[in-house]
Every structure is written in C-alpha cells, then in structure tokens.
Design a protein around this ligand. Sequence first.
Ligand code: AMP
Ligand code: ZN
Length: 484
Amino acid sequence: MLRLYNTLTKKIESVTPSLPKEFTLYCCGPTVYDYAHIGNFRTYTMTDILVRVLRYEGNRVHYVMNITDVGHLVSDSDLGEDKLEKGSKREGKSAWDIAKFYTDAFLSDSAKINLVEPDLRPKPTDHIHEQVDMVKTLVEKGYGYVIDDGIYFDTSKSSDYGILTGQKRDELKEGARVEINDQKRNPTDFALWKFSYPKGRDFDPKLDDIKKRRQMEWPSPWGLGFPGWHIECSAMSRKYLGDQIDIHTGGADLIPIHHTNEIVQSEAATGVHPFVRFWVHGQFMMVDNEKMSKSKGNFYRLQDIVDKGFDPLALRYFYMTSHYRSFLNFTWTGLDAASKGLEQVHMFMRKVKAVKVLTRNELSNEKLVKIDTLRKKFTNALENDLNMPQALAVIHETIKSNIPDGDKNDLILEFDEVLGLGLKDIAKNDTAIPGEISELLKIHEQYRKNKDFKKSDEARKEIELKGFEVKDTPAGAVAVKSKL
Ligand code: AMP
Ligand code: ZN
C-alpha cells in the first residue's frame, strides 16, 4: 500500500481512500498571467506521478486541477494588483486574452512532459456563482465580515487555523506574513471577496478613473467585485469532489497561506473536518540555493530547455532523480546527466525493436522469479513515499538483468505507466529500422560475441552503407539512422 508524508499529521502514513479503490485528488494549478517555469512543473510532475501510481495500483482517481485566472494578487496577500491585470498591462492585451494565452502555453508544456490530463480544469471566472454562495454561507455563519475593501474571514473563529504549519495564530506578528490592513480584525484574516470600488459601490465616472477600472469584476450581493484567491479552490473542489477530499497537492510555498486559508474556510462552510485527509507538498526547485521564482527572475521555461537541445522528457527524468520532499538544485550538468540516463533506456528500447527479441514463452522459473522481484522492487520504491530515484534505478537494473530482452521490454513499458517517459513511442518510432538492418545487426552481434572482429566489422560497414549507424550500448548494439 502507498505510504506518503502527510503535511497535516507530519507523519508518513498509509494512503487509504474514503471509498474502496476510489480517490479524489485536487491540485492547485497555475496562475495564468505568465509562463509556468520548470520549478512549477516539478510540483505538477509530483502530482502527476502520484495520480499515475494510484492508477497503476488499480484505483480510480478523480483528478481536478484548477487554472487560476482571477483574484491572485501580486503579494500573495490581499493587497496589490491582480496578477492577471498586471499581465494585461505588461503586454497591452486584455486580462481575458492573457489568461487564454498562458493557459494554452501551460497545456502545451504539460503535454510535452507527459502530464496526464486531469478530469477537470475548472477556472474561477467560470465559478463566480459557487464562490459567492460560499462567501454568503461564511457571512451567515459569522465567519465573514465586511470592511471597506472587501469581505474577510475571521481567523480567530477557527480553532484549526495554522494546523498545517503548526504555528498558532497569535504567534504571527502583524505584517510579518501579510501586509497591514487597519480594518482587519486579526492580521491573519484574509479576503473572501474583494470590492472593485470602496464599500462595494458601483463604478462612478465622477469618482473613478475609467483607465484604472478592473477588467474582471462581477455583481454580488455586496456590489461589484471579484473573488479572493483562496475561495476558488474551496468552492470548486467542493463542487467537483465533495466536502472532503482524499488528497490535495501543491508546492511547499502554499502551506502557510493558501492551504492554511483553504482549510479554515472550507471547514467553516461545510462543517466537515478534515477538509483534506492527506496533504502532499512538493519541495522547491532551486537555482544557486535560491527558490526558482518568477519574481526573482532566476527561472527557466520548458522552451529554454528545448532550445538547448534537451528532450522535455529528460527534464521529467531529472525531476525523478531526487525525492519530491528534497530541494532540487537545477544545473545544466544535472540535466545533461539525466538526459544520458534517459538515452540509455532509449538505446535499450531501440535495440529490442531492432532485433525483435521476443522470446516470452520460454521463461524458466528462475527468470519468472527475477521478473517478479524487479516488479516488487519497483512497487516498493513507489510505495515508500514515492521514492522515484529508487524506481529509476530499478529500470536500469532491469536492463542489466539476465531475463530475455523481450520481457525486459514489457516490464519497462509497464513501469513507464508510472514514469511517463514516453517509452512506448520510442519503441514505435523505430519501426523505421528495416528488417534487413535488424538481421545485419544480429550477425554483427553474433560475430562480435565470437570475437570474430573482422566479420563483425564487415557487417557494421554494410549497415553503414545502408544509411544506419551501429551504436554500442551497455545493453548491446543498436542501429540508428545516420545523420546526414
Ligand atoms: P503559481 O503559478 O505561482 O501559483 O505556482 C504554481 C505551483 O508551482 C504551486 O503549487 C507552487 O507551490 C509551485 N512552485 C512555485 N515555485 C516553485 C519552485 N521553485 N519549485 C517547485 N514548485 C514551485
Ligand atoms: Zn489552491
């Protein structure tokens, strides 16, 4: 059974679903005001692997990832500009166009690193009604209160506040975490709904500058405004996954504010505790010992990796070389090493395809046991709090093992359901290697084994004359098309 570190209990625990073999999983998605960077994609890949592991183990997973297209303010607190409006000014496009453009970019990058499609990708701009409803409930229950710039959640009313960080609410100093707003009852209180104009009045051409008018705003029982950042996740997860979620994921930076706030407002609105049974957080990708982030400008996009000649899936492999709860320092040398590791697996897959070694029905008992042991090792690595470096090691151990190549191939393709390295496609692409070349390769290998190097060289030359190259790999020789 899968065991994961639960940020809520601060323990490694067995992950059980609330319904037999059926999990609900919510992941906080991107704010689409700019490109996602490869640090963000580390967190999405962690979630992706978790979903794949649960499915590999025979569970149904209802997987929802939101796309934040309104309400996330630049400071992560409730003051400052909306990131979407900021993007709009930066590029001279409407906030709606910015959201569309960066959502498409995100989806295209996600596909390149083989992230499985969530079942749903809800957006807060499509769920204003649900968010307003939840805010109404919170006001009615006495958790929400109105001040000049919006409706805020009174964190002193919630005994669970800070349960994820273990920090008590009154230990937090004014302004230490959030900017100061004199009218808030407690420094940790946060916005549920923000007014476009003071006290929720409508736009007034005599008082308001038309040029500064928000592009994204909606009528509500309290006047024109827009949702606070956190309410979208509480309202949309409730709509699609119910009052309690099995697993909720995100990056470690979301723990102290976003997830802390999601918990108190969801539990206050529904009365169900805990809102989330397992909280899973990914640690940061770093650059020179600093968090990779848009605000610091020390980030790379997937396209930067591709521009340097790397396969996006080498990045995926790179992520898996470290444990998700450890910091991962990004370096080009590290990425290069990951790329070489991936290439070794590709070489093996090509070789199998080229020489068509598919001798599955002649397995001895000893080999069947070996296959079973490898599969168990792989599963144990996954189940041990997603130990992906160990899981990758099992792939290489499989390649080097003494089971028939065809069976290694099958086992690796099975493992790839979790790893998502697109190995099936590698095998497919190489159908371009003609049978004649495969035969010559076999001859070349046979002579080489018999140490008849003259004859093996002749076979190699013949292969080369036909436009292919022989590459010797730890897994044996493979033929690849020569570059012109
Ligand atoms: P954002 O678009 O800023 O809301 O971030 C999207 C996701 O990426 C969130 O789950 C963040 O916690 C996560 N994230 C942000 N920076 C990093 C980083 N350097 N490494 C890993 N995850 C990150
Ligand atoms: Zn969220």
